[in-house]
Design a protein around this ligand. Structure first.
Ligand code: GLN
Length: 553
């Protein structure tokens, strides 16, 4: 049993989505955590999908993998990064997941002959999950971010659950509405009306916001604050100005200026549990982001047709953030370049790559355009440009090495050519069965697995440890039949599963190449602002060295 009453803060979105509700939730968590409170966060996604694993990342953003293997929304990555914590599947919920459980329980006669209804049984299951998550984390405060915006059909049952919780424990539940205040070009002034409507719509669901985070291009003025206060039935000092910022990492510091933590602590009577703020480490990180000397230019090779930069940054958010943290750690400003793999099918174009300090191939699935990627990897290997391959980028590194060094000309991954005569990257038997049965959802090799590292390798030097745990999301593996030959040809498998069957890291010795490393796992999921990932740091360091050498020439 928790000794003290757990407290809950629901974060809901007014007016429009995409104005930073996830980062707001993470930042509120951060400043409460800085007060010595134990904080956890839950993301509620209103869609029917059971998890985010089956959704297209270029449309819906990155699939963030938790260490327990849950395939979740990218906001979960923000929570982990801001709170520097490891979350579990109880921190993630979708409509599909809630219904699935209620139906399962009904089939198991757990409702003991009662009629199972949408209300109250669905909200009750939602509440059960929220309370379990708070209990498991022994959290003083549990943030619950409800996806979508107020007034949508989709999230109404989650709002109903929140209302029921507030009704039962009025002193333990608070509501924060993140709203947008547009400044239409032609009008030239900031408008509060959409926020007023949003508050009323929330009222009609039986909920009164306790705080309104006013997102806008510029800070809100006294007049707007007054208007929001009057029409949304809230104290003016509970309206928090949250103008656009250059870096999301500034937001907790801005919230401190707006006394957001004090106000929520007051609302939830948490004074006795909280103490004075300690955001020093965070502020030190922010100073690092602002005091870089020189750049490090990283090319990220992918398949980017019909996607703008905006969508791209969502699909690869953990990779981008991981590069940033490590670049700051080595004192450089990260500059990322998105290059289309298919452009490099024509080998003449490869020379364009020479100007980059480092090249990265991120994860991917079934892309036809792998020949371009393989050409890029070969170019990086021969020209000693630091190369970092993540998951797919590691598998293709192995294919490239098999073809061009080992001399197995037809080497391929069976993901691209199921009938290949040289399946260097192969599907594991249990995975094959799943595909044959069309059992796709949540069935990849998912979540955290241990790996042991070989002494004297780049990986071992970077991690400073003999054993590591990293998160996976893939169906294919290096085919054991080829391992001995690849090793004889000079490739080093510096990380393997403890039983030595699965190859988790491939690299070239440092004396041959400054950094040529691929990981079967996704290191980006464990990179944190206050704890940059050692392999990303080794990669950016190698990239920065290449740059400074090029300058001297
Ligand atoms: N498509 C590859 C696999 O399933 C790699 C996956 C990834 O890059 N996440 O094994």
């Amino acid at each position: 049993m928790q000794k003290k009453a757990p407290k809950f803060i629901f974060v809901v979105g007014g007016v429009i989505s995409g104005v930073g509700k996830g980062v707001t939730t993470s930042s509120i968590g951060k400043i409460l955590q800085a007060r010595g409170l134990n904080v956890t966060a839950i993301k509620v996604d209103p869609y029917v999908n059971v998890d985010a694993g089956t959704m297209n990342p270029t449309e819906h953003g990155e699939v963030f993998v938790l260490s327990d293997g849950d395939e979740t929304d990218q906001d979960m990555g923000n929570y982990e990064r801001f709170l520097d914590t490891t979350l579990t599947r109880t921190n993630y919920m979708t409509t599909g997941r809630v219904y699935q459980r209620v139906i399962e329980r009904e089939r198991n006669l757990e409702y003991k002959g009662r009629c199972v209804e949408v209300v109250p049984h669905i909200p009750l299951e939602i509440i059960r999950r929220i309370e379990k998550s708070a209990h498991d984390a022994q959290a003083d405060v549990t943030l619950v971010e409800i996806g979508g915006t107020i007034g949508e059909y989709q999230n109404i049952l989650f709002l109903e659950a929140a209302r029921m919780m507030k009704n039962k424990h009025p002193e333990d539940v608070a509501f924060v509405m993140v709203s947008y205040l547009p400044t239409p070009n032609k009008v030239g002034e900031m408008k509060t009306k959409p926020t007023q409507y949003a508050a009323r719509t929330l009222n009609s669901a039986g909920i009164q916001p306790d705080m309104i985070i006013a997102r806008s291009e510029t800070p809100i003025d006294a007049r707007r604050r007054e208007k929001i206060a009057i029409f949304c039935n809230i104290n003016p000092d509970r309206v928090i100005s949250a103008p656009d910022v250059d870096s999301i990492y500034d937001i907790p510091v801005n919230f401190e200026k707006g006394k957001v933590a004090e106000k929520l602590i007051d609302e939830l009577s948490l004074e006795k549990r909280a103490n004075k703020t300690d955001l020093n480490q965070w502020k030190r990180f922010i100073r690092k982001t602002k005091s870089t000397e020189g750049e490090v230019n990283i090319a990220i090779i992918g398949k980017y047709f019909n996607t703008g930069d905006f969508v791209l940054s969502d699909a690869y958010i953990s990779v981008i953030e991981a590069i940033k943290y490590s670049a700051y750690a080595v004192g450089k400003k990260p500059v990322l370049h998105w290059l289309n793999a298919s452009d490099f099918e024509d080998a003449k174009k490869l020379r364009k790559l020479a100007k980059y300090d480092g090249i990265l191939v991120p994860g991917g699935f079934g892309e036809r355009g792998i020949e371009g990627k393989i050409n890029v990897i070969k170019y990086a290997r021969l020209n000693k440009i630091p190369y970092f391959g993540l998951c797919y980028g590691m598998q293709l590194l192995v294919v490239e090495y098999a073809r061009n060094v080992l001399g197995v000309k037809d080497a391929n991954t069976v993901e691209i050519d199921p009938g290949t005569s040289e399946p260097v990257i192969d599907i594991m038997p249990d995975q094959k069965k799943k595909l044959q049965e069309k059992d796709y959802g949540g069935t990849m090799r998912l979540g955290s697995y241990p790996a042991v590292l070989k002494r004297g390798t780049i990986a071992r030097t970077a991690y400073k440890s003999d054993e590591i745990n990293e998160r996976h999301r893939h169906r294919y593996e290096v085919n054991p039949e080829y391992i001995a030959r690849l090793e004889e040809a000079g490739l080093v498998f510096s990380g393997t599963s403890p039983n030595n069957v699965l190859m988790e890291i491939a690299e070239l010795p440092e004396k041959e190449h400054p950094f040529f490393v691929g990981t079967q796992f996704h290191p980006e999921f464990q990179a944190r602002p206050l704890a940059p990932h050692p392999l990303f740091t080794a990669f950016t360091k190698a990239a920065a060295q290449r740059r400074s050498k090029a300058k001297k020439k």
